[in-house]
Ligand binder design. Structure first.
Ligand code: KIV
Ligand code: ZN
Length: 519
């Protein structure tokens, strides 16, 4: 039976791409990258953005602070362990937010309390209450999480929830930290907790599910069916190990099955795909083609029977419309004759704005270079032009041009022209393949001794004229950078990505794993 939309509760969407998503090995982000993603999340109308873990490192503190300053419409949150030093740092980081939240947590499962915390349950209870009271000195908006909640003792959980609500927590999160939960069991736990905790009506209950068994989204939605009204999730399901519940899947499930779910979100659906692309391009984590909602095949109907059905009546095989989530919004194809105004207008439509004329000018020049090589420029190409420009970087290395000699049965040879510190420099090398030859030639000059941690290639659009989008991840002395490069020539894209990674390392614009530095 279809439910009446006016009777629906609000489902709070809490995005933790910048915190739990960032904890995914290799996905760390710089401050500027976090601000860019946060502004996109604001446009998406995410309710709460968890911008980082302020105590984890000076870089993470600065990033939370910068997001708090840049974003006005979403609540900005910092994570903090249930200890005063963490909470003070979180309070300081969110100070300038229009609306700020402190999210404090402590583990409550027997296994975590005994082996990790080495604390008895009464001491954990006391620490949780003290943490919430301490956080309330900074903001009225305090969330308390019972880490490893889904494996915690039910009665203890109820006691700690009642006490932390009394201490001032407005949101109670019961995470499935290790992804062990199962939908019926996890949902039932929410129902029983809400029924048993006497003051449960004074708080919003939240889910936070990891995807170790591939059940993150199912578990989150089951909790919603049993009273949860906040979901913690990430773009593209990014996150530690197998990731977190994916925002786009949750939002579209709730929207598509509004006949079932008693809630609605305020998410602006058409920004889903652009946000997914931005996160993928910044982190260097490609989206698998068959990923629900944001994978390139998510709406591609190949089978003749399906295509026939869709032509006769769209709803025969389509439960959602691709354009609703931001696919194929391209009404205008751009090319080499397109002027500044048309290009600017298209960027505006995509929700991309420029901080200065200078910034737009540099992107427009790159657009013209691309349009010389490629007939039609699609939205994805424009997004890649933005994703691949870092306007604050004073480049030490610049890629100028290259010649690659390849012959079957012989080692490829690369001749490259670079500009190093303003000076034209030639370099060359053999390699196992053309990309290997290029990287070795660049290293002859740079001698960075960095380890190549990831090399990934993606086609930005379809067809052989498509640009290749290359990510090169380098690690040097514990510092990680992701260089990105796009070009219709995959080897040139690789050279650009490698050179950008070297520039990021040289400029100290590395990403640090939040839990490797400070704590
Ligand atoms: O997975 C988890 O338990 C967490 C908490 C810190 C909320 O990320
Ligand atoms: Zn988590």
């Amino acid at each position: 039976m279809a439910s009446n939309s006016s009777a629906k509760d609000k489902l709070v969407i809490f995005d933790t791409t910048l915190r739990d998503g960032e904890q995914s090995p290799g996905a760390s982000m710089t401050k500027d990258e976090k601000v860019r993603i946060a502004k996109m999340l604001e446009k998406l109308r995410v309710d709460v953005i968890e911008a980082g873990f302020a105590i984890a490192s000076p870089g993470d503190f600065e990033a939370v602070k910068a997001v708090a300053e840049a974003v006005k419409d979403s609540t900005i949150c910092s994570l903090a362990r249930a200890v005063p030093t963490d909470i003070d740092r979180a309070g300081e980081a969110i100070k300038s937010a229009n609306s700020g939240r402190i999210h404090t947590f402590i583990a409550t499962s027997p296994i975590h309390m005994r082996y990790k915390l080495q604390m008895e349950p009464p001491a954990v209870l006391e620490q949780a209450i003290a943490a919430v009271k301490h956080a309330r000195q900074y903001t009225d908006n305090v969330e308390f999480s019972l880490e490893d909640g889904s494996r915690s003792d039910f009665d203890f959980m109820c006691r700690i929830i009642e006490a932390t609500i009394n201490a001032g927590a407005g949101t109670i999160n019961i995470p499935d930290t290790v992804g062990y939960g199962e939908p019926d069991e996890y949902g039932e736990m929410f129902r029983r907790v809400i029924e048993n905790v006497p003051n449960s009506d004074k708080a919003i209950f939240s889910t936070h599910c990891h995807n170790d068994l591939g059940l993150g989204v199912s578990n989150s939605l089951s909790a919603v069916m049993n009273g949860a009204r906040q979901i913690e999730c990430t773009i593209n399901g990014l996150g530690e190990r197998a990731g977190n519940a994916a925002l786009e899947e949750i939002v579209m499930a709730v929207r598509t099955r509004h006949d079932i779910y008693p809630v609605e979100t305020q998410i602006e659906l058409e920004h889903i795909v652009p946000t997914s692309r931005l996160v993928s391009s910044i982190t260097g984590f490609p989206v698998q083609p068959n990923k629900a909602i944001v994978g390139v095949n998510a709406f591609a109907h190949e089978s003749g029977i399906h295509q026939d059905g869709i032509l006769k009546h769209r709803e025969t095989y389509e439960i959602m419309r691709a354009e609703d989530v931001g696919w194929n919004t391209n009404k205008l194809v751009l090319g080499k004759h397109s002027g500044r105004a048309a290009v600017k207008a298209r960027f505006d439509d995509l929700g991309i704005s420029f901080e200065s004329d200078e910034q737009f000018k540099s992107v427009f020049n790159r657009f013209k270079e691309l349009a010389d090589k490629k007939h039609e420029i699609f939205d994805e190409d424009l997004q890649s032009l933005i994703g691949h420009s870092d306007h604050t970087l004073a480049d030490i290395y610049q890629f100028e041009n290259m010649e690659i000699l390849c012959k079957t049965g012989q080692s490829p040879h690369a001749n490259l022209q670079l500009v190093v510190d303003g000076k034209a420099t030639m370099t060359e090398s053999d390699g196992a393949g053309p990309v290997d030859a290029v990287f070795k030639a660049i290293e002859k000059v740079a001698q960075s001794e960095a380890d190549l941690k990831l090399y990934s290639v993606n086609a930005i659009t379809a067809g052989t004229e498509a640009q290749a989008d290359v990510t090169v991840r380098l690690e040097s002395e514990g510092h990680i950078v992701n260089g990105v490069g796009a070009d219709i020539d995959v080897v040139a894209a690789s050279a650009k990505a490698y050179v950008q990674a070297l520039n990021l390392l040289a400029a100290g614009k590395h990403k640090t794993h939040p839990q490797r530095e400070g704590i």
